[in-house]
Design a protein around this ligand. Structure first.
Ligand SMILES: [Zn+2]
Ligand SMILES: [Zn+2]
Length: 435
């Protein structure tokens, strides 16, 4: 029996609740059309060519994400209302809460940093959790709620912009930087932030958009798996279901349909070039200014690393060097290699380039550590005896991290495989011609 006859012979009613019948999906990483078998709760499907997870369904597909998202939301409320850190230094006593850090940034004319911190550690995770709960409550009660497709598309995009875990690690780095000068006690919010970071990662892993879109469609009586892969179909970039290529909008998730992300290389290159330009002042200008009664010290990223290294804090020097120097440089070089390979000729095999892309996409957010450290130090040292203010480089560096992330997210890795196929084809043509 052929794959297509298997698909047509199987109906959604023959399989356990929460399953997806066998169907074709287009791999979002390499573009291969993959015939996946019936996915029941607890199963997962991977692309055989690039090993990208195509769909992963929890054993309890509704209860697990609902439980994690509800718990994360409750803990988030505690984290943002309770004491984060207590700092005692000389006659200074600072009770730090996360809203206090935000307000002190905004009051000192660093509203850009305040907005970035607000969005990455509060706005994005909060919206992500609310949208998760909204979609899953609809699925739980078998009701199609208004804007459910839009909510699902938004929560998928928000995943990359949740940085509670990065902020938690930044706090540990700031702690080691301050501990020799002050006494520090962590509050309830700090410990619960670690739990919140884990719950957010777990919630994010438990909400497979391919499965959610299928469930929403079945509530409206549609079965997106009945469309078989052919020359007249196109795989949606977002929900991965096959759609007739005569359409502009996907019937399953409501996104624009296109074979590859439109203008992917140009958009990705534009953001990368902007990041490279900002990277120069980010390294040359001071990232942090420390003021004491008898001294004013403006330090660049490299000065900070050197200072920590000479002070014996080798681990912190290595962490800051990795986050602020190695990762951004590696990310910029990787993106240049990927863009060149996709536009002209693959420099290494597409499988290796895809691994490089996966690493580039996932590590970029960790560069925000240094910015978060500056924000924490600034909130701690506010007295005339010791005052820390962010330097201009903090804004440029923030720009570098965000722009390289957008550059990586705009890149369509399927172009690497398309280009490799074309290169192979032209090579074989040339061989035939020469022989
Ligand atoms: Zn693939
Ligand atoms: Zn779609």
């Amino acid at each position: 029996m052929t794959q297509s006859s298997t698909i047509s012979a199987q109906s959604a009613t023959d399989i356990p609740a929460g399953s997806i019948p066998s169907h074709h999906v287009g791999c979002p990483r390499c573009g291969l059309s993959v015939a996946i078998p019936t996915i029941v709760p607890g199963d997962q499907a991977q692309c055989p060519r690039c090993h990208q997870y195509l769909v992963r369904v929890e054993k309890y597909p509704l209860d697990t994400p609902l439980a994690y998202a509800s718990a994360a939301l409750i803990i988030m409320i505690i984290v943002y209302t309770q004491l984060y850190m207590i700092v005692d230094m000389f006659t200074l006593h600072v009770d730090l809460t996360l809203p206090y850090m935000l307000s002190s940034l905004a009051q000192q004319d660093y509203s850009f940093l305040a907005e970035v911190m607000f969005l990455l550690t509060f706005g994005s995770p909060l919206l992500f959790l609310i949208l998760c709960l909204y979609v899953y409550i609809g699925l739980y009660y078998q009701r199609v709620l208004p804007g459910m497709l839009y909510a699902t598309r938004t929560l998928v995009r928000l995943r990359h912009w949740i940085m509670v875990d990065v902020f938690f690690i930044a706090t540990l780095v700031a702690y080691i930087k301050i501990i020799s000068r002050a006494q520090i006690h962590f509050g309830l919010a700090f410990w619960l932030m670690m739990v919140l970071a884990i719950l957010l990662i777990r919630t994010s892993q438990g909400v497979p958009e391919h499965w959610i879109f299928y469930q929403i469609q079945t509530l409206t009586g549609n079965d997106p798996t009945i469309i078989k892969h052919s020359d007249n179909t196109i795989s949606c970039n977002y929900c991965l279901f096959e759609q007739p290529n005569s359409q502009n909008i996907c019937n399953v998730c409501g996104s624009f349909l296109s074979k590859r992300k439109p203008l992917s290389l140009r958009i990705s290159m534009a953001f990368l070039l902007s990041a490279i330009i900002l990277y120069i002042p980010a390294n040359l200008m001071p990232i942090m200014i420390t003021r004491a009664p008898n001294s004013n010290l403006a330090s660049t990223i490299l000065d900070g690393i050197e200072y920590m290294w000479n002070d014996g804090d080798v681990l912190i020097a290595v962490v800051i060097f990795s986050a602020s120097m190695a990762i951004p440089i590696m990310k910029i070089i990787s993106m240049l290699v990927l863009l060149y390979s996709a536009a002209y000729k693959p420099l290494i095999s597409p499988a290796r380039l895809t691994i490089l892309y996966r690493i580039t996409e996932s590590i970029g957010r960790w560069s925000m550590i240094d910015i978060f450290v500056v924000i924490i130090l600034m909130s701690v040292f506010t007295s005339p005896l010791a005052k820390v203010t962010p330097g201009a480089a903090s804004i440029y560096f923030c720009g570098v991290v965000i722009l390289t992330m957008i550059s990586a997210l705009s890149f369509d890795s399927r172009l690497l495989w398309d280009e490799a196929k074309e290169a192979d084809h032209s090579d074989s043509c040339c061989t035939r011609h020469s022989s």
